[in-house]
Design a protein around this ligand. Structure first.
Ligand SMILES: Nc1ncnc2c1ncn2[C@@H]1O[C@H](COP(=O)(O)OP(=O)(O)OP(=O)(O)O)[C@@H](O)[C@H]1O
Ligand SMILES: [Mg+2]
Length: 159
């Protein structure tokens, strides 16, 4: 069961990036953000906003379409205790069991962003934050939901 926590308008791709940047301020090690939406909805754009806010605006964030996962290491001189960040695009994952070859066992220690999370099957954490991007004309809307047993509701209080 998931509770809808927030619905936000994303008028342009800058708003999508900005939502990612705002989420960067609240995420911590162990968090999983599931990014849902059709092909081209803006999932990677949101991930880019979060990763650039977390690691610096000049960070290159390619879509992990073919690599399935892209790893980001914080600068440990600047942020000594910052966790690693893993950005997955599971669209091409054929079998949920194949995620163990991609570093999925590290999810309790890292921040993870997961495009096409249903491909993880039973391995998607029930405590993830669910972010669905829906097209409305040429605009988008984001729906953020989470399990009532997670603490996302209080963490997104100021959004
Ligand atoms: N709020 C928005 N309004 C209009 N266009 C947007 C918005 N957010 C993102 N876009 C644009 O949508 C296009 C696709 O974005 P993106 O690659 O992030 O989608 P995706 O969901 O990751 O796609 P895929 O399913 O292929 O991984 C990009 O050109 C991006 O700039
Ligand atoms: Mg993408």
């Amino acid at each position: 069961m998931m509770d809808l926590l927030l619905s936000l308008d994303l008028a342009t791709d800058l708003d999508t990036r900005d939502l990612g940047a705002r989420l960067a301020k609240v995420v911590q090690a162990g968090d999983c953000l599931a990014l849902r939406g059709n092909l081209g909805a803006g999932k990677t754009t949101l991930a880019r906003g979060l990763i650039c806010a977390f690691l610096g605006a000049d960070t290159e964030v390619p879509s992990p379409t073919f690599t399935l996962v892209q790893r980001y290491q914080p600068d440990l001189d600047e942020q000594p205790s910052a966790p690693e960040l893993l950005h997955f695009d599971l669209y091409r994952l054929e079998d949920p069991e194949d995620i163990w070859e991609l570093g999925w066992e590290e999810l309790d220690e890292v921040i993870s962003l997961v495009e096409w999370p249903d491909k993880a099957g039973p391995h998607l954490s029930p405590r993830h934050l669910d972010i669905e991007i829906i097209s409305v004309g040429d605009h988008r809307r984001a729906h953020l939901s989470a399990s009532p047993t997670s603490n996302w509701k209080s963490r997104l209080h100021d959004f």
